[in-house]
Design a protein around this ligand. Sequence first.
Ligand SMILES: [Zn+2]
Length: 251
Amino acid sequence: MCENSSVKYRMSNNLRNVDPKELENLKTAVVRAASEMFEYGLIKSTFGVVSARIPQTEYVIITPSGFSKARLATENLCIVDLGAKVIEGKLRPSSETSMHVFIHKRLPEANAVIHTHSPVATAFAAANKEIPCVTTEQGFAFGGRVPIVTEYFCPGSRDSEKLESVVNAFRKAKAVLLKNHGVMIIGNNIEEALDNAVVVEDVATTALYAYIIGGEVKELSADEIKEIREFRLRRYGQTADELVHMGGIGH
Ligand SMILES: [Zn+2]
C-alpha cells in the first residue's frame, strides 16, 4: 500500500470496500506472475506487462513502465481506473495501460491481461502469420489458430478503433498476436493468463519446428478441435471431489 497521504485520500472513496488483505494478495499474484514471465523467458529487459482487475471494482492493478519484472515488488505496482487514470502508485504505470484497461473494460471475462514479446510467438506476429493449429495442445488451450490483430499500431496507442481490433481478435482465442510487436493474453485469473502465455509460446515453437522439419504438417480440422475441446471439458483434470479425497486441495 502507498504511504503517501495525498494518494491515500484519492483512493479512499474508491477502494474502501475492498478487503486490504485481498488487495495485497492480488498484488502479490501480479508480482509473482511478472517474475515467472521473466524466468520462463517470455520477457526480457523491461518489457512485458501484467494487469489484474480488482474484483467488484472498476480498478485495475498494473505493472509500472520501464521497470524490470525480475525486480518488481508490490509497492512498485500502480492502480488505475478503466479510463487509465492513476488512482494509487508512486511510479508511472505501463505505457500499455490504455490497451490493458480497454481489454478489461470490453471483455468481462478478462480479469487478468498479460503482454509479452515471447520470441517464437512474436516471430509469427512479425511474419504476419497466425499460429496454425497443428497440435492437440493448441486445440486444447486455444480452440484453433492464434489470430493476428488486424490493425498495426505503435506501442502505447490510445486509438480506440485500433484497440477495438485487439478485442475483436480475443473473440477467437485467449491469446492474440500484435503485428510487428508481441503477444496479448487474457485469463479469468492471473494464473490462467500466465499459463496461456506459457502455452502460446510452446505451441508457436512446436509449429515453427514442424514447418522447419517439413514433411506433412497438417492443421487440425474443426471437428478434430471440437473433439479435443469436449475431451477437455468432460475428461481432463480432477473433479473437485477427487481433489478433496487426495488431501484436501480444492473445495
Ligand atoms: Zn510490447
